[in-house]
Design a protein around this ligand. Structure first.
Ligand code: HSE
Length: 415
């Protein structure tokens, strides 16, 4: 039997996930882990824990040699990076859930792990309760992954589900997502797709060995989705999901974040509310599917707890694929989309499509379904940030290629 290490934890942050971890550790009666100090900012809040556990000075944890593990669960990504860096340099292992911090400082964090010999684990940073990072790292170590795609933001899935099923307004649904502790403190990070891009950036490094800076990932969120797009979904028995995709072709890797119409052929169709779902596709295993709660105190804390347990066995990420994947080129792809825009010259927009399936114009509003290059979409979005662009399902393309009209875009003019 491997002897487990006793972990004395210095915890940074006692918000939704920090408190969740405190409760989960108590409830699970973990044999090897104990929180010895909690560093918080706000001196006025009653935390409901023993007063001597709380400190307002980060050095009380960072300079304490008896603390051998720092768990970082604060909001501010730059402050988080400073804490993580100092903890690793002080010879402590670190667990974090801060996807923004990891995605923005990935290379530095790799170097710090290498130079200090300390481990940094972050399962909770992508898809909360779904153990996707460790699976990509270990299980898919030898099988050749060709594709990973999924719903990797819980708040937007919650908003889209409640808007589509119950007609809740975007604002109402977002407010509930915030009350339930799903949304980021700046919810723009969720709805504009930044959070999904940060997570995809991390997943791509572990899936393909190709780290992509979030700013280099083509991304559009759910903020431009109106009742027209919801009606279009209902009319076709589709759902709308914010999807993150990364897939290999013979030329390289394509990766992007985009709201997508999903039909019931997809395993992601039934992934509703705060749940996340990830589908992988490998050469030998073919398709596999993971789902679970993608946000919230306990589901996120459960992933942090799993990292803590893994550290008690001295587990660390080896980033085995980085050597093979780091130079894979990022390539453009042609994808089928639905696009709605106001005040755009119809012929100029149409000309930028590779192939058009259907077009409908009503007043100054234009709806187009067709095949277009990813780069072209994102060039349009730079100058027309209110455009709604949604990926269309493959089945639509197949049906359309047989000449069968299914979309009835004209119905959208009745809104
Ligand atoms: N705001 C994030 C989400 C939290 O909604 O998915 C979990 O990463």
């Amino acid at each position: 039997m491997i002897k487990r290490k006793q972990l004395h934890i210095g915890l940074f942050g006692f918000g939704c996930v920090g408190k969740g971890l405190y409760d989960v550790l108590n409830l699970s009666k973990h044999p090897c882990a104990e929180i010895v100090k909690i560093c918080v900012k706000d001196k006025t809040k009653d935390r409901g824990v023993a007063k001597d556990l709380i400190t307002f000075d980060k050095h009380e944890i960072l300079n304490d040699d008896s603390v051998n593990l720092v768990v970082e669960l604060i909001d501010d990504s730059e402050e988080a990076f400073d804490i993580v860096k100092k903890a690793l340099l002080a010879g402590k292992s670190v667990v974090t859930a801060n996807k923004k911090m990891i995605a923005e400082h990935f290379d530095d964090l790799l170097s710090l792990q290498a130079s200090t010999g300390q481990a940094l684990l972050y399962e909770a940073a992508a898809c909360a309760s779904i153990p996707i990072i460790r699976n990509l790292e270990e299980y898919y170590d030898t099988d050749i992954l060709n594709r990973i795609e999924g719903i990797i933001n819980g708040s937007t899935n919650y908003i889209l589900t409640r808007s589509l099923n119950e007609g809740l307004s975007y604002k109402e649904a977002l407010q509930i997502a915030q009350q339930l502790g799903y949304a980021e403190s700046n919810p723009g990070l969720d709805v504009e797709g930044h959070d999904a891009a940060n997570k995809l950036s991390i997943l791509s490094a572990h899936a393909f060995g190709r780290f992509i800076l979030p700013e280099d990932l083509p991304r559009t969120g759910i903020q431009n989705i109106t009742s027209a797009e919801l009606k279009f979904a209902r009319q076709n028995n589709w759902k709308i999901k914010l999807l993150a995709k990364a897939y290999k072709t013979s030329e390289g890797l394509t990766a992007f974040v985009m709201p997508s119409y999903v039909d019931d052929d997809s395993a992601l169709y039934k992934v509703d509310d705060v749940f996340n779902g990830v589908q992988t596709e490998t050469v030998f295993a073919d398709k596999q599917f993971f789902s679970g709660r993608g946000a919230g105190a306990f589901p996120t804390a459960s992933a942090v707890l799993s990292d803590i347990s893994a550290l008690s066995y001295d587990y660390r990420y080896e980033y085995k694929k980085l050597n093979q994947g780091k130079d894979i080129p990022l390539i453009d792809d042609v994808i089928p989309v639905y696009l709605r825009s106001e005040d755009v010259d119809e012929s100029v927009l149409s000309d930028s499509f590779e192939h058009i399936f259907e077009v409908f114009k009503s007043g100054n509003r234009l709806h187009i379904c067709g095949q277009i290059k990813l780069k072209t979409i994102f060039t349009w979005l730079k100058t027309h940030p209110n455009m709604a662009v949604l990926h269309l399902p493959e089945t639509y393309v197949e049906i359309n290629s047989k000449g069968l009209p299914i979309l009835e875009l004209e119905n959208l003019s009745e809104l």
